[in-house]
Design a protein around this ligand. Structure first.
Ligand code: BG6
Length: 496
């Protein structure tokens, strides 16, 4: 059970600022480590946010040395534009341990090596273990850590895990049980990288720091919410995983649902991890479980994106030629609370759409009278707030103004705020934020075990009884059947 806000005072671990210790990456030679984790840690180092003594220990199954792992890291950083000279001081933080076949003896050797590094570098007994591993080896590694006591520390022992957190409610519950055999919820950091995106965090600030917005944030003022994640990429090289997952498991149950909870939650008692996660959990518990008649699934066929002709999903390498996996899904959901009763939440995501875009659109209720229509003006009186999470991160509120001169005509224009224009710099990568939070012991942006289970519960009827998959050409906005699963009067789904 998530501590209710008043219980949180008694938490066994309160947030700390950048403590010294060891950050241990399992799967250190893998794709995520190379593309995201090492670059994110480097950026945190570069901006002075890592304690200078912090060590990073790569763990993998290759028989190699610290020097070889450091050389790999130099190459990984070069790929994101960091020179070898600039990388130097960061690289000196890195060590490597070969975990072999993950036998008990291998874990004892790991423990001994971590103890040695700790002693030699005079570090406190603080360790974070990031499991960047396929689900098949996950339990074995958990047990390995637990059996040699690496799940406990005088300072902290934290566990960082990536999705998938199960494939349905039953598997998620089983996974949570296994993890809890060795680690307490206070020690566990479940990553949903969408929560690390700066614009997502700004959504809360926007709501809670601006009384005008929060006072309008309810069913009296808002008549629909739309959360869209479109991607132009296809399944790429991940068919082995994706063909068993599909858009609902890959994107909706986690990323889109997390966005929904942040939009829909009540004002938390404080800006603390417990208070925020408690409110998010309450939203999940209030969602009416979704049924087949409130969902459209699609699968891309061959088409053109920009200038590029691309093949259909079933022709992709590694995909079953008769696959029934959805690469697109649109849902209509209801959050049955005092605040949101009757307001539809449209969730839509798909691969091989015309472009990449992540956006939350809030449509406010129309003015009670279409005042200017009687004067022959076309008038769409619903104001729409768009929160763009990527690309061109920013906020815009669309409303009507008068076009200069006569006859009287109206035009829809945005009040806009764009991060890059305003701050003259890019936003940090989500992993920079999240890894720093792990090191600092702040669980606010991580998913609680109960959130995982509740979000699987919401989609259980759909997983048991999925609607048929409808084809849509790559480069389109999904099947025509899904058109009614969007805010209709505006073309938000298709506009920037
Ligand atoms: C991942 C999914 O979690 O998120 C991918 O597994 C998807 O299929 C990716 O492409 C999208 O993330 P982002 O940050 O690029 O929107």
């Amino acid at each position: 059970m998530i501590d209710s806000p008043s219980d949180s005072v008694a938490s066994d671990e309160s947030p700390k600022r950048s403590e010294n210790g060891q950050f241990v990456i399992f799967g250190a030679n893998g794709d995520l480590s190379r593309r995201k984790l090492l670059p994110a840690l480097y950026r945190n180092h570069e901006s002075g946010q890592l304690h200078e003594g912090l060590r990073i220990v790569g763990v993998d199954r290759h028989d190699e040395t610290d020097a070889r792992f450091q050389a790999r890291a130099v190459a990984a950083l070069a790929a994101v534009g960091v020179s070898e000279a600039d990388a130097g001081p960061f690289i000196r933080r890195l060590h490597y341990v070969n975990i072999g076949d993950s036998t008990p003896a291998d874990f004892e050797a790991l423990r001994d090596r971590l103890d040695t590094i700790e002693r030699e570098a005079d570090l406190p007994n603080n360790r974070a273990f990031y499991l960047s591993l396929p689900p098949a080896v996950f339990t074995r590694v958990l047990r390995g850590l637990g059996d040699v006591g690496l799940n406990r520390a005088d300072g902290y022992a934290r566990l960082v895990v990536e999705k998938p957190f199960g494939t349905d409610l039953a598997t998620a519950q089983a996974l949570n049980r296994t993890v809890h055999e060795y680690f307490k919820e206070r020690q566990i950091y479940r990553i949903d990288h969408y929560l690390g995106k700066d614009t997502v965090q700004n959504l809360l600030v926007f709501r809670l720091a601006n009384a005008l917005i929060e006072s309008s944030w309810n069913r009296d003022r808002i008549d629909a919410v739309q959360i869209t994640v479109s991607e132009s990429l296809g399944v790429g090289t991940r068919a082995g995983y994706y063909d068993h997952a599909g858009a609902l498991r890959d994107m909706v149950q986690n990323h889109l649902t997390q966005l929904l909870t942040l939009v829909a939650m009540e004002v938390p008692e404080s800006f603390s991890a417990d208070a925020i996660r408690y409110e998010k959990l309450k939203v999940l518990r209030s969602i009416t479980p979704i049924t087949t008649d409130h969902a459209v699934r699609g699968q891309y066929t061959a088409g053109v994106i920009g200038e590029e002709a691309v093949r259909g999903y079933r022709e992709e390498e590694g995909v079953d030629p008769d696959s029934g996996t959805e690469t697109f899904i649109a849902l209509k959901m209801f959050v049955d609370t005092w605040r949101w009763n009757g307001v539809p939440f449209y969730l839509r995501t798909g691969k091989r759409m015309p472009r990449k875009s992540t956006q939350i659109a809030i449509r406010f209720r129309e003015a009670p009278v279409r005042f200017f229509q009687s004067m022959g003006c076309h008038q769409d009186t619903a104001d729409v707030l768009k929160i763009t999470l990527q690309p061109n991160e920013g906020f815009s509120l669309h409303f009507d103004i008068k076009i200069p001169g006569s006859p009287l005509q109206l035009e829809r224009v945005p009040f806009a705020f764009n991060y890059v224009n305003h701050f003259q710099s890019g936003l940090p990568d989500a992993y920079q934020t999240l890894l720093l939070d792990v090191i600092n012991g702040d669980q606010t942006l991580f998913v609680h075990a109960e959130e995982v289970e509740e979000s699987w519960r919401v989609y259980a009827p759909l997983l048991e009884n999925p609607p048929p998959v409808v084809p849509y050409p790559a480069g389109s906005w999904g099947p025509a059947e899904a058109v009614s699963y969007a805010i209709q009067e505006t073309d938000l789904w298709q506009s920037e």
